[in-house]
Design a protein around this ligand. Structure first.
Ligand code: AMP
Ligand code: MG
Length: 486
């Protein structure tokens, strides 16, 4: 293991997988790297000490111009179903510079995104633009502070080079920190290598890295499927809780660790509409808010297909076993979703009409285009704007029913509000505010709005300051559109 004054402890175990699973390649140096954002909180959390390092040196390190000793950079191979179609992919514009192990022996992939071409770049440039990298930084850090499993963001560097998209944009590199980058698509890649050894090695590696307790189990393959299913159910329920729409739930963008990954065309829903999509290419609504659990199940079926050869030599028996596990998805999801919605409404215990009460609220929100986040804030007395909408007769009737239901809680009103406040954020990275902050950063070199937003998003469940701006909805209302591969 490599050690130095910053505290890097590299231990690059991914290189022990089959050679076909990655390519050794260094970042392409950039012209004039400049530090834009650095996450000191995160660096401390993972036991890295940059206090003696000035901004110029930080820019050199996190642009890849000066790789730390002990790093061994690789691009990972993977495949994936993109909008339902199978494709061979791989890190086309990203490199893992190594696995850093903190003092508590937590292992993190340190990855550069936008670091130049790799053998998996196909015809693209291997680069990334400043706006989308700042956006990933803001949204991934916000997700973390919302308590949702996610990859993190350590730094953003401007490269001093242009990238050509629909217009000429400033180039940038994001440093992403993840508990690993093992995706459903990584297993799909190992499966098509037709070498059962590659698959077995990846499976053993995954167990060792994420679920070591399963190593002793005689049914470890099925156990892995079950645990990944549970992790994904929890993750999707968390997304549904805060109105997050991932936007591109391809199998290469679903991790085995259960962390949210690849912040491309994702966004937060303002007004409640289950069919909301933000991605410019999602014409069919495949990845809409409402479809997220269904797609998670579809992706888990693709994962299960990869595990079949390890479940049983007889494919028919293996399919039967995997089907038994996957069959449970709807029940497990429904149970978790119901629990989560009841937490949002501060409902304790189980009453037969709870689900109906929840559906009635969601239907009212849909019909009246009510803001998803603010409606729950209103119910817990944390939305100060006098919105005429909440004086509407049907809503008042529903509210009366809800108040009567909370009386069956067998607990005080304060307890009920306490629960609500734990599960309903006051602030989310609202699209119009994220866009405004990115405009200042990319067009005027002014990071003040990005930094203000990052600060308020650190404590999303508390009224730490006047949050009214951050609870404001876009006016005039406009359809928000996001893009892939930016
Ligand atoms: P994503 O939409 O970010 O999940 O990316 C899908 C695939 O396209 C991955 O294999 C990426 O590495 C690749 N990709 C996206 N943008 C670029 C780019 N500018 N250069 C090379 N590969 C890219
Ligand atoms: Mg991806």
């Amino acid at each position: 293991m490599y050690k130095n004054k910053i505290g890097w402890r590299f231990d690059n175990t991914y290189l022990n997988l089959s050679q076909s699973m990655f390519s050794k390649i260094n970042p392409t140096p950039v012209k004039t790297p400049k530090l834009v954002l650095f996450n000191h909180y995160l660096s401390k959390e993972i036991d890295l000490d940059f206090s003696q390092i000035d901004n110029e040196e930080l820019a050199l390190i996190f642009s890849g111009n000066q790789l730390p000793d002990g790093s061994q950079s690789i691009a990972q191979a993977y495949a994936g179903h993109q909008f339902g179609h199978f494709t061979i992919l791989g890190d086309g514009r990203a490199l893992m510079i190594g696995e850093h192990v903190d003092k508590n022996n937590n292992r993190y992939d340190i990855q550069f995104k936008g670091s130049g071409k790799t053998p998996y770049s196909r015809n693209a440039d291997g680069r990334a633009a400043l706006g989308p990298m700042l956006r990933e930084y803001i949204i991934s850090e916000s997700m973390h502070h919302l308590g949702i499993p996610t990859t993190r963001s350590l730094a953003v560097i401007e490269t001093g080079e242009n990238v050509i998209r629909e217009s000429i944009l400033k180039g940038a590199i994001l440093t992403r920190v993840a508990s690993s980058h093992i995706r459903v698509g990584t297993f799909q890649y190992a499966l098509i290598s037709k070498n059962k050894n590659d698959l077995q090695t990846l499976f053993n590696y995954t167990l060792q890295r994420h679920y070591p307790d399963l190593k002793k189990s005689e049914t470890s393959v099925v156990d892995l499927l079950k645990i990944v299913l549970k992790k994904q159910v929890n993750l999707i329920c968390d997304w549904m809780r805060i109105g997050f729409i991932h936007g591109v739930m391809n199998t290469d963008n679903m991790t085995i660790s259960g962390e949210t990954i690849d912040y491309g065309p994702c966004a937060f829903m303002d007004k409640y509409d289950p069919e909301t999509v933000f991605s410019s290419i999602d014409n069919q609504g495949r990845y809409s808010y409402f479809n997220q659990p269904r797609i998670a199940k579809w992706n888990l079926e693709r994962f299960a297909e990869c595990l079949l050869p390890l479940i049983n030599d007889d494919n028919k028996i293996a399919i039967e076993i995997a089907t038994e596990v996957l069959k449970e998805f709807p029940n497990i999801y429904k149970e978790n979703w119901l629990r989560m919605m009841k937490q949002k409404l501060g409902l304790l215990g189980d009453e037969p009409k709870d689900e109906k009460l929840i559906i009635e609220l969601l239907s009212w929100m849909h019909q009246n285009k009510a803001d998803y986040t603010n409606t729950f804030c209103y119910l817990m007395g944390e939305y100060e704007k006098r919105d005429e909408m909440y004086n509407e007769k049907q809503f008042k009737l529903w509210k009366k029913k809800w108040e009567n239901r909370t009386k069956l809680n067998n607990s005080s009103k304060e307890d009920s509000f306490k629960i609500m406040k734990k599960f309903n954020p006051l602030v989310i990275p609202r699209n119009h505010l994220v866009e405004e902050s990115l405009k200042y950063a990319t067009e005027m070199n002014d990071l003040s709005k990005v930094n203000e937003l990052l600060k308020i998003l650190q404590r999303p469940y508390e009224r730490v300051a006047d949050t009214s701006i951050y609870q404001s909805t876009p006016f005039p209302e406009k359809n928000y559109v996001t893009y892939c591969g930016t």
